[in-house]
Design a protein around this ligand. Sequence first.
Ligand SMILES: Cc1cc2nc3c(=O)[nH]c(=O)nc-3n(C[C@H](O)[C@H](O)[C@H](O)COP(=O)(O)OP(=O)(O)OC[C@H]3O[C@@H](n4cnc5c(N)ncnc54)[C@H](O)[C@@H]3O)c2cc1C
Length: 814
Amino acid sequence: MAEIPKQANVVIIGGGVIGCSIAYHLAKLGFSDVVLLERQQLTSGTTWHAAGLVGQLRTSINMTKLAKYTSELYRGLEDETGQATGYRQCGSISLATNNERFEELKRNASMAKVFDLEVNVIDVDEIVERYPLVKSSDLLGGIHIPSDGYANAVDITQALAKGARKNGAQIFQNTKVTAIRNDGDKVTGVTTPDGDIDAEYVVICGGMWSRDLAASVGINVPLHACEHYYALFESVEGLDANLPVLRDYDACTYYKYDAGKLLVGAFEPSAKPWGMDGIADDFCFDEIAGDFDHFEPILHDAMERIPALQNAGIQKFFCGPESFTPDVRYHIGQAPELRNCYVSAGMNSIGLQSAGGIGKVMSEWIRDGYPSVDLWEVDVRRAMPFQGNRKYLRERVSESLGLLYATHWPFRQYETSRGVRKSAVHDRLVAVGACHGEAFGWERPNWYAPDGVEPKYEYTYGRQNWFEHSAAEHKAVRESVGLFDQSSFAKFRLEGRDAVTVLNNVCANDVDQRPGRLIYTQWLNERGGIEADLTVTRLSADTLLIITAAETEIRDFAWLKSHIPADAHCVLTNVTSGLGVISIMGPRSRELLQSLTPADMSHAAFPFATNQEIEIAYARVRASRITFVGELGWELYVPTEFMLGVYDEIVSAGNEFDLVHAGYHALNSLRIEKGYRHWSHDITDEDTPLEAGLGFTVKFDKPGGFIGRDALLQQKEAGLDKRMLQFKLQEPEPLLYHNEPIWRNDEIVGHITSGAYGHSLGGCIGLGYVHVDKGEKPDEILGSKFEIEVAGVRVPADASLRPMFDPKNEKIRC
Ligand SMILES: Cc1cc2nc3c(=O)[nH]c(=O)nc-3n(C[C@H](O)[C@H](O)[C@H](O)COP(=O)(O)OP(=O)(O)OC[C@H]3O[C@@H](n4cnc5c(N)ncnc54)[C@H](O)[C@@H]3O)c2cc1C
C-alpha cells in the first residue's frame, strides 16, 4: 500500500460523495497534490445508503443552478471515467393536492425559466398517463421535469474518485484524521496515525462527524444527525422501469424505481435526532435499527397514493443517519475562524444531488479564495456561535428534516428552538401584541396584533392574516411615528490610532469624517462586488462604530478582521450584546424625541447622517439620524441595561404623538417602496454598487483609495450590462416575494430580488436586476414593456431607476 505523503497542496477529510466530488473538481482544475483521507472506506458514512434521487428544482436560483450542473455532470460521468454510475434520466413528477401547493409548484416552474430548466406544469390526466400507479382522485395537478433522474450513490462516488485519481489526486482509505493542525491563524495540515501531512488547504467533508472535528479547532459547523427512512417494496404490480421519480410533498413521500422494486422514502414533519453522544468511531456501512412505528403513518399514506403497494411486500425497511442543519441549508466555504480551512458538510439529505455543484464551486473557491457565484445562503459564515449548542441543534433538526417537503410558505417561522436571543424589551413587546419571528436566533417583532387578534401566523401564498395589521403600521410610520425594536443589529467598534486608515481602505465611501458624522457604505471585494452594506459612525478621532445586519454578524466581523494589517494599531470588538436599538421613525419622530430630551433635535442642530449622544430617561443614548424606511427618524443605541427605562419613557410620551409599534414586515414594505437595497437579497458579492444604483456612495477620489476601486473604475469605463430597477405591478392582486422572472419585451432579462406590497404606492413593489446593453440610456430601458411572471402569469409592471417613493428625499432631509 502506498504511504501517505508528507506534504500536499489540499487535504480533503472524508471520502463520501462530497469529498470525492471536491477531489475530482480540484484535480480537473489542475491542482496537483490533492490528497483525500477516509477513515474507513469510500462511501461508508452516509453516502452508501442514499436513495439516489437526483432532482434539480430547488427553492432558490443559485441552488437550482448547482443542482442542474450536478445532473449534467452525472449524465456524462460514466462515459468519462468508464465507471458505471447507474444514472438514469427518467424525469420527475411532483404532485399538488391543494391550491397552495400548486401555486408553490407553479411559482417554482416560473423561477426555473430564469436559467432554462424545463419544468412543465401538467394536469391530472398527464400525471396518470406518466405514472399509472398513482391514485389521482385528490390531485389538482403537478409539475414534470424531464431532465431529472436518479443514480447509484456508491457508483457515482467511485466514478468521481476514479476521475480524481486519473487527474492526479491520491486517495487513502482506512486513514483517519486525528487532528487538524494550524498556527493559530492559518491551517497547516493534518495528523493521522500514519504520520502528519503539511498542507496549504484542508477541506472538512466529514459528513455527520464534521461538527466535532471542526470544533476541535474552534470552527463552528452546526449540524446534527437524524434518522432517515425508506422502505423497498417488491412485487409491485404494474411497476415499470420507465416510471419517473414521484414526489408527493403533501404526504412527505417520494417514490423511485429501484432495480425491480419500488423505493418509498420520507421526510416526516417530526424527525428523530440521532447520535446525541457522538458518532461511533467504528461506524462503517452501518444501519440504525429504526422505529417502524414512527415510519408507519407514512407507509399508510403511501399505500393510499400507490394502491398497488397494498398487495406488495416490504423487502427492506431501512434507517440510516444523515446530518441536518438548523436552516436546512448546507455549510460550505472558508471557515471564518481558520484561514485556508474549508468546510462542506450538513447535506440535509440532498448530498448526492448537490455533490456535483458543490465540488465545482468549492474547487473554484479554493483556487480563487472567493466563491464564483453568490453562495451566501449556504455559506458557513452565516452560522452563529450559539448554533453549535447541542440542545438547540437537537430540537431544531427534528423540525429541519421535514421542511424539505413542507410547503415553503412565505414568512414561515421555525417552531423549535425558539426564544434563543431576546432583546431587553422583548416581554414588553409581547405585552402589546408582538408576533415575533426568528432571525439568526433573535426573536424579532414582525407585526403587532391589535386587541382581540391572536399574534399568530396563518400561512398562505396570498395575503396572510397580518397583511392589514402591517399595512396600518406602514401607514402610521408614513403619517405619524413608529417604534421599531432593531436590537438584533450587529455592532462593532474599531479603535486605535490606525482605525480610520484601516477602515477607509475597506469602505468604498469616505469614513475619514469629523466625529459625529455617519456614513452609509459598502465593503467591496477586489472585483467590485459588495461584501457588506452598513453604516460607520465616527465617534472620536480613533473610534468608529460599525452597524450591520444581524444576518452578517460573523461574516462582516471576519471580513474586517482579515483586512487589519498585522502591524496596524487598532482593535476590533463585537459589542452587539451590549447595545439595544430602538428606532423612532416617521414625520412626528422629531416632536416625540424632542419632548423626551434636552438635546436640540432640530434639523440645524441635528442634521441627517449625524450622531450625537443624547439624554432620554436616565440614560445617555447614541442617536443616529438615519433611516431604512424613507422617513425622518433616529436609531437610538441604548446600553442594554437602560433599554427598559428608555423604552417605557418613549412609549408613555408616545400617546400624544400617535406612536405605533411597527414590525419587520412593515420595515420591509417601507424600505422596498423607497428602493433601499438589502444585502443578501438585492446586493451580494456578485453585484457592484454601480449595478445596484449605489454609485453615490463610492468615493473614487478619496486619499488612499479602497479595495475594489480599480474594478469599479474599469466597469464605469466599459459601461454596465445589468442595472437594478424598481417595479410596481399594474394589477393590485398578485404578490411578489422574490425569484419571479422579469420579462422585457417578451424576453426574460432577470428576476425579482425582493418584493413586498407597497401600502403607500398602492401596489406590489419589487426590486430586481435586468440585463441591459452596455451604454443603453435610461430612457431606452424604461421605455420597454416590462412584465413580472407570478406563478405562470405575466403581470404588466411599471419600472423606475429612481425610488418611486419620495425620489427627491424630501421626507428625510427636513
Ligand atoms: C436514507 C437516506 C436516503 C438518502 N437519499 C438521498 C437521495 O435520494 N438523494 C440525495 O441527494 N441524497 C440522499 N441522501 C443524502 C446523502 O446520502 C448525503 O447527503 C450524502 O451522502 C452526504 O455525503 P457526505 O460526503 O457529506 O457524507 P458521508 O457520506 O458521511 O461522508 C463523510 C465521510 O467522512 C469520513 N470521515 C469522517 N471523519 C473523518 C476523519 N476524521 N478522517 C477521515 N475521514 C473521516 C467518514 O468516514 C465518511 O465516509 C440520503 C440519505 C439517507 C440517510
